[in-house]
Design a binder for this molecule. Structure first.
Ligand SMILES: [Mg+2]
Length: 315
C-alpha cells in the first residue's frame, strides 16, 4: 500500500512518517497541494492520503474536491489532517469528499485506528476490483481456449465492420471447424478433446495476423474475422492457417495426434451492410461446401461489388 503524506510543515510530515513507519506501507511526501496532485496523477498513485487542510497553494479540501471530480476509478482514501477541531469543520471536510478526519496534534493511537479502517476498506476495494476483472474476462473470453467468446466475437465484428467502412476495406468472416472432432472425443475422451481445442485455438491465434480476431463460436467451431483486400488474399491467408493446423502435433502424455480443419470464408464489401448473422450464415455455407468436397480445405465465397470480382468466387 502506498501512502502520501501532504503537509506544508515538515514537522507534521516527520511526525506522521514516524507514526506510520510501524505499518507495512510505502510512504511518499508532498509539501503542497500541487505537489500532491502530481503524485496522485502519476503512474503509481497513492491508495491512502493524509492531507493537511491549510496549505499555501491548494488547500487539502480543494485537492480532495478536485480528485473526487476528476478521477473516475481507483479513488484514494483521504484523511484530512488539521488543527481545526470544531464539528462544523469536520463535517465540511467530509462534505468535500474526505473519508475521515484527524485533528492536530496527531495522536498515535487515533492514527493507528484510522489507518486500520482505511486499510480494511482499501483491501476490500482491491479484492472487488480483482473479482470484477475476472468476471469481465469471463464475460468476453472463452474459458477453455482463452480466445474471445461468441458474444465478444459479435461485438468485435461490429467494430471491424465500422473500421472497414471508414477505410473502404473488404472484410472476411471465416467459420473454421476441426474435421472429425467427434472421433477425438469418442476415442480418447473429453480431456484429450479439450487439449485439442486449446492447441487448435492457439495455432489459429499464432498463425493469423495479430490484428485479426479469433473467437470460439461453439463446440469445435471457431470464427475468424479479418480485413482483406481480395478473395485471393483471403485464400492465401487461410491456406497458411490450414497448413499450420496440418503441421500441428498435439501431445497428450504418450499420445500424439494430428488434426485437419475445414475453412468456410465469406468476403464482403462493407457497404453491402450485412449483419453478423448473415455473414456467419454465408461463411457456414462455404464451410458446408468445404466439408462436402472432402474437408481439410479452404472455400472462399464473396459478394464483392467492385466489378472485378465475380459474385460467387469459389476456389
Ligand atoms: Mg498547513
Amino acid at each position: 500500500m502506498k501512502v502520501l503524506i501532504t503537509d506544508d510543515e515538515i514537522t507534521t510530515r516527520l511526525t506522521l512518517r514516524g507514526l506510520l513507519s510501524q505499518h507495512d506501507c510505502e510512504i511518499v511526501e508532498a509539501a503542497s497541494g500541487l505537489e500532491a496532485l502530481d503524485v496522485i496523477q502519476s503512474d503509481s498513485p497513492p491508495n491512502l492520503i493524509f492531507m493537511d487542510w491549510n496549505m499555501p497553494d491548494l488547500s487539502g479540501v480543494e485537492v480532495t474536491t478536485l480528485l473526487r471530480e476528476t478521477l473516475s476509478e481507483d479513488q484514494p482514501y483521504v484523511i484530512i489532517v488539521s488543527s481545526y477541531n470544531a464539528d462544523e469543520q469536520i463535517l465540511e471536510a467530509l462534505s468535500y469528499g474526505a473519508d475521515d478526519y484527524i485533528t492536530k496534534p496527531v495522536d498515535g493511537n487515533f492514527l493507528n485506528a484510522k489507518f486500520a479502517v482505511a486499510k480494511r476498506i482499501i483491501d476490500t476495494q482491491e479484492k472487488l476490483k480483482q473479482s470484477n476483472e475476472v468476471l469481465q474476462k469471463l464475460a468476453y473470453y472463452d474459458e477453455l481456449t482463452g480466445v474471445l467468446n461468441r458474444r465478444a466475437g459479435n461485438a468485435s465484428f461490429m467494430v471491424e465492420l465500422e473500421r472497414c467502412v471508414r477505410n473502404d476495406q473488404n472484410l472476411s468472416v471465416t467459420m473454421v471447424d476441426i474435421d472429425y472432432f467427434k472421433n477425438v472425443n469418442d476415442t480418447y475422451g473429453h480431456q484429450t478433446g479439450d487439449i485439442v481445442l486449446k492447441e487448435f485455438a492457439n495455432i489459429l491465434r499464432k498463425t493469423i495476423r495479430p490484428y485479426d480476431i479469433v473467437c470460439r463460436y461453439g463446440g469445435e467451431e471457431f470464427l475468424l474475422i479479418a480485413e482483406v483486400n481480395s478473395c485471393h488474399e483471403a485464400q492465401q491467408l487461410f491456406e497458411r492457417v490450414r497448413l499450420a493446423v496440418n503441421a500441428l502435433e498435439i501431445k497428450d502424455g504418450p499420445l500424439s495426434l494430428k488434426i485437419t480443419a475445414s475453412f468456410g470464408v465469406y468476403v464482403v464489401t462493407p457497404s453491402i451492410q450485412l449483419s453478423f448473422d448473415d455473414m456467419v450464415k454465408y461463411a457456414d455455407e462455404a464451410l458446408y461446401q468445404a466439408k462436402g468436397e472432402g474437408r481439410n480445405r479452404v472455400i472462399v465465397k464473396s459478394a464483392l461489388n467492385d466489378g472485378d470480382a465475380p459474385l460467387q468466387e469459389a476456389y
